[in-house]
Design a binder for this molecule. Structure first.
Ligand SMILES: Cc1cc2nc3c(=O)[nH]c(=O)nc-3n(C[C@H](O)[C@H](O)[C@H](O)COP(=O)(O)OP(=O)(O)OC[C@H]3O[C@@H](n4cnc5c(N)ncnc54)[C@H](O)[C@@H]3O)c2cc1C
Length: 526
């Protein structure tokens, strides 16, 4: 039965908009977010869910059943999300009109959800329809990822190895690093949706053994496009697009994470350039990277004292390294061990008088003090890309679980024959479809330079990463004890998914300071 998704979308939007308007008044247009954190967190999440439903309403007809079920589940959750703050915001009655409630009830019916699970077991999950060019991108990357990335995924994870060089060189040849970089700067300019599809397929094979390679070039490229000088764009973008150089991103420090404006690593003027001194933490891929996009303090306190640099360094393939410059500068790095996301290696770094030429201050002299804004422009793109990573990982969990429950027999029947298994699997598929809908919308918003692109990218990241955590854990549950065995990839997916809500703005900060602020400072509801 096809639900009236638009009717559900309109009703949830109305509810979310009411909450946004009231929260805007309560927080004085977002200025007082910290005085009302729980309110803002809940409003941001409800608005994100309502936006996901809007995208589900627009999903192609072939996905109608799944999108209806996904929309119904999200719609049912929104009043519960808002209930604790309803009185504070004077939201009044949170119930939907009867006709909408009936649509939602139909979508929540076990039979509707089970049917999706049954189809996934019998025939896999339907692909999201795309135009010819994008469908070709997806098919080509899928074949590449299955051939070049998937065979290494388990070994990389179990032995904490680095991404194989061949994966990087083959991705370079195929132009995967330049998908959203303009042609005039050496990219293929296929757009952000092509970049997301590529990311998804690579992440489906391995989050850290392929799917996360595009993140860093994306962040640096978008920061350069936002504020690099023309000469810097011409120097760095073609090299990023071709994969000639790999980048790492260094913002976080041992004692500074979410509060980026209080960074302490400093850059001081020296003859011909700058000297970097200080500690950094969690710098992913810093060993293999040729350059580090580094945010450092060049001036007084706060965000206005921060400047972005492109810092050269030699390549190292191990878990720790020491580098020295002829002028006496030193850089040491040590990878921190993690339960998942292996293959990229995230480093604690110590810089001591490490030299960077003037030409590598992003934006030139005019870029001094603009680093925070440029970094945030880069992160906006990184978050969108992470929405794609989350969808790819969740898809891998769905694929493996659908296969497993079709084969595993208990009580004389395949466990996929049981209604509850089908129900759980159906939810996995529908949640993933919702994550994909909002992530693709984010990509299109970036391509169209839409006013809400940054907020939408943050919403995709928030939502899709939660979905990846939930879907991988459900998949593990359906594998029973074998889901906990390293022998089965689902245990890797669970370990990998845990990191997604943490980086590029840990989930509570993303909801409060990016989505909340974006929504509450807006003149009209999103
Ligand atoms: C595997 C991995 C890879 C990473 N890669 C990179 C990278 O390549 N480059 C890079 O720069 N960073 C990277 N990071 C760092 C990551 O971006 C940070 O961990 C993240 O931004 C959160 O910072 P934090 O860990 O210091 O947490 P904190 O900022 O200490 O936050 C911890 C918790 O405190 C609470 N909290 C903090 N502030 C507030 C507030 N104002 N209001 C309410 N609650 C609050 C929240 O609950 C939050 O979840 C990586 C991290 C990991 C784990």
């Amino acid at each position: 039965m096809a639900l009236n998704r638009q009717r559900i979308a309109d009703a949830t939007r109305e509810l979310a908009d009411r909450a946004i308007v009231a929260a805007r008044a309560l927080t004085n247009g977002g200025a007082g977010i910290d005085g009302h954190q729980v309110v803002v967190d809940r409003v941001a999440y409800a608005a994100t869910e309502a936006r996901a439903i809007t995208e589900l309403a627009a999903a192609p007809a072939v996905l109608a059943e799944i999108a209806g079920v996904a929309a119904a589940e999200l719609a049912a959750a929104i009043p519960y999300r808002l209930a604790p703050i309803a009185a504070l915001l004077e939201l009044g009655d949170l119930r939907y009109p009867d006709a909408v409630a009936a649509e939602i009830a139909a979508g929540l019916a076990p039979a509707a959800v089970e049917a999706i699970g049954a189809t996934a077991i019998a025939a896999g999950t339907p692909a999201w329809p795309l135009d010819e060019m994008l469908a070709e991108v997806r098919a080509n990357v899928r074949a590449f990822a299955e051939r070049e990335v998937a065979p290494h995924a388990e070994r990389i994870h179990h032995h904490d190895e680095l991404v194989p060089e061949r994966v990087i060189s083959e991705m370079s040849k195929l132009g995967y690093f330049g998908l959203s970089i303009p042609e005039s700067y050496g990219g293929t300019e296929l757009g952000n949706l092509a970049m997301i599809l590529t990311t998804e397929e690579l992440s489906r094979a391995s989050l850290a053994g392929g799917g996360s390679l595009i993140t860093r070039p994306e962040i640096l490229a978008k920061a350069l496009l936002a504020g690099g000088t023309e000469e810097q764009k011409q120097t760095w973008l073609p090299r990023l697009a071709s994969g000639e150089i790999m980048a790492a991103i260094s913002v976080t420090e041992p004692n500074v994470g979410s509060d980026v404006a209080s960074l302490t690593c400093k850059a001081e003027r020296v003859d011909g350039g700058w000297a970097i001194t200080g500690a950094k933490a969690w710098c992913t891929f810093a060993g293999r990277a040729d350059v580090i996009a580094l945010l450092a303090r060049t001036g007084g306190g706060g965000a206005r004292g921060l400047t972005l640099f492109i810092v050269d360094k030699p390549r190292f393939l191990g878990h720790d390294f020491d580098a020295a410059q002829p002028g006496g500068g030193t850089l040491t790095g040590k990878a921190d061990r993690t339960p998942g996301y292996r293959g990229m290696h995230s480093f604690t770094l110590a810089f001591e008088n490490w030299r960077v030429p003037d030409a590598q201050l992003v934006g030139g002299e005019a870029g001094i003090g603009r680093g925070f804004a440029l970094q945030m422009a880069g992160f906006a793109a990184g978050r969108l890309q992470t929405g794609g990573r989350a969808c790819g990982l969740a898809q891998a969990a769905v694929d493996h679980t659908a296969r497993y429950v079709g084969e595993r027999t208990q009580f004389g029947r395949p466990i996929g024959d049981y209604g509850l298994t089908r129900y759980h699997l159906g939810r996995m598929v529908s949640r993933l479809t919702a994550a994909r809908g909002i992530t693709y919308a984010g990509a299109r918003a970036f391509d169209d330079h839409a006013a809400d692109a940054v907020t939408l990218a943050a919403m995709s990241k928030l939502f899709a990463c939660d979905v990846a955590v939930e879907v991988t854990q459900l998949g593990q549950l359906l594998h029973g004890g074998w889901g906990y065995a390293e022998e089965y990839p689902i245990s890797r997916y669970v370990a990998d998914a845990q990191v997604l809500p943490i980086f590029e703005g840990v989930k509570p900060i993303l909801a409060l300071k990016v989505i909340g602020r974006g929504l509450l400072a807006r003149a009209a509801p999103m």
